[in-house]
Design a protein around this ligand. Structure first.
Ligand SMILES: C[S@@+](CC[C@H](N)C(=O)[O-])C[C@H]1O[C@@H](n2cnc3c(N)ncnc32)[C@H](O)[C@@H]1O
Length: 414
């Protein structure tokens, strides 16, 4: 393995030291920890490797929660790794389709394999890079269901499992994502192998749609408001009649929308009392029209991804706002709108208007006490500023008011 840092890390002494050393909370703690470890006669390479892992484990908490302190990472491996929440959805989908064995072709540090093994699926994890394969072996060691092989998937026998999971690496420096050779393994190889057995292929959400093969289900996945990936499903893990889907995973659970094709846009209509911003996964999957029609909403402009309806709807698939006031967009009008609203904090959203929200905020009078959202957009082609309240904040206000009433009620009884 041509990686001196990992060679220093993958020794019993370094791994013991890593588990015994608390994560430094501040820069001063980092220096103090290094000094303490050096005074205890640990070689500089070991100290460096341990400190780096502590820092990576701290970052990894966001993706792996309580698993992070039991795992090992490289910087790239962590960046490329699938979040455990999201990986669990993939694994659940394979299991629900009756899959009991899978090959993870290019497993990285093993995040997806961890989720497969965690659900009891036998997983063979293949990784070309020796150092990364070593870390995957460490990370998957607690799972009897998982085996790691250091090798090239294009030269491996892939016939020994019912299904395949492929999360190709993007070639270094590749940004345009319309050339199949920008991925490793190349997309031509990946798409060909995916015709042979049930397969999930994880790709970048912004990948050129022209590359999506026919007869697969393309699923855009968002996690806590960010679109994190597009997965192509084929074989029994593809749903009958579905070619486009959006999976929205949030703290409160997950929700999905499926379709047999890109949905035609909804009609453009008036701005009503409620405005909705579809989740990024819905937008990427081109399902805005279906979402709007599902609750009788209309687009506010043919080219803007906001929809509007006369009634309040709460759904994980979109963020909802109650429109309080609207004015034609100009700096003067926006200042007057905000001045009249007595606000201390303001969220600014924009779509279809070229403005820098951070610069705009500096010019607005925010010396009051309330909170609101300013939405700068186009309504039927007209630049418009909307003062709005988030529906979830209104729900919290109602819950808060109810709690207050309950407290008061108890006070009276006592
Ligand atoms: C995007 S990462 C996988 C991340 C993984 N799914 C996770 O969640 O941790 C892709 C991995 O595929 C590996 N890889 C690329 N081409 C390969 C090949 N031909 N054979 C085996 N592994 C390969 C890369 O070294 C990289 O670690």
């Amino acid at each position: 393995m041509d990686n001196p840092e990992l060679e220093a890390l993958l020794t019993p002494e370094a791994l013991r030291l890593l588990d015994e050393t608390p994560t430094p909370a501040t820069n001063d703690d980092v220096l103090a920890t290094i000094n303490r470890l050096r005074k205890a006669s640990h070689p500089i390479e070991r100290v460096h490797a341990v400190m780096n892992q502590l820092s990576l484990r701290a970052k990894a908490r966001e993706k792996f929660g309580d698993f992070a302190p039991r795992m090992l990472f490289t910087k790239e491996g962590l960046e490329q790794a699938t979040r455990l929440d999201v990986a669990s959805h993939h694994a659940g989908r394979f299991r629900a389709a009756g899959i009991t064995s899978i090959i993870d072709a290019g497993c990285g540090i093993g995040a997806d394999s961890l989720a497969f093994a965690g659900l009891g699926i036998q997983v063979t994890a293949i990784e070309r890079d020796t150092a990364t394969a070593a870390l995957a072996t460490y990370n998957l060691a607690p799972f009897a269901e998982a085996t790691v092989i250091n090798g090239d998937v294009r030269e491996s026998d892939l016939s020994g499992a019912q299904a395949l999971w492929i999360d190709p690496a993007r070639r270094e420096g590749a940004t345009r994502l319309h050339n199949p050779e920008d991925w490793s393994p190349s997309l031509d190889w990946v798409f060909d192998i995916a015709t042979q057995r049930p397969t999930g292929i994880k790709l970048a959400p912004g990948m050129d749609r022209d590359l999506i093969p026919e007869r697969v289900e393309a699923q855009w996945v968002s996690h806590q408001g960010t679109v994190v990936e597009m997965v192509l499903w084929s074989g029994v893990v593809k749903r009958e009649g579905v070619t486009r889907s959006a999976l929205v995973i949030s703290r409160s659970g997950s929700a999905e929308m499926v379709a047999s094709a890109d949905s035609p846009d909804a009609d453009v209509g008036d701005l009503h009392g409620y405005l909705y911003e579809p989740d990024g996964a819905i937008i990427r999957a081109r399902l805005i029209g279906d979402l709007a029609r599902s609750f009788d909403a209309t687009m506010i402009d043919a080219s803007i991804a906001y929809v509007s309806s006369a009634t309040a709807h709460q759904s994980p698939l979109m963020q909802g706002f109650q429109v309080i006031e609207q004015v034609p967009y100009s700096l003067k009008n926006v200042k007057a709108l905000i001045a009249g609203a007595n606000l201390s904090s303001l969220e600014i959203k924009k779509r279809g208007i070229d403005v820098d929200p951070a610069e705009l905020r500096k010019t607005l009078p925010l010396s009051g006490s309330g909170t609101a959202t300013l939405i700068l957009t186009r309504v039927k082609g007209h630049k418009t500023a909307l003062l709005a309240k988030r529906l979830d904040s209104l729900a919290e206000d109602v819950a808060g008011a109810n709690e207050e009433r309950e407290d008061n009620g108890q006070g009276h009884e006592n």
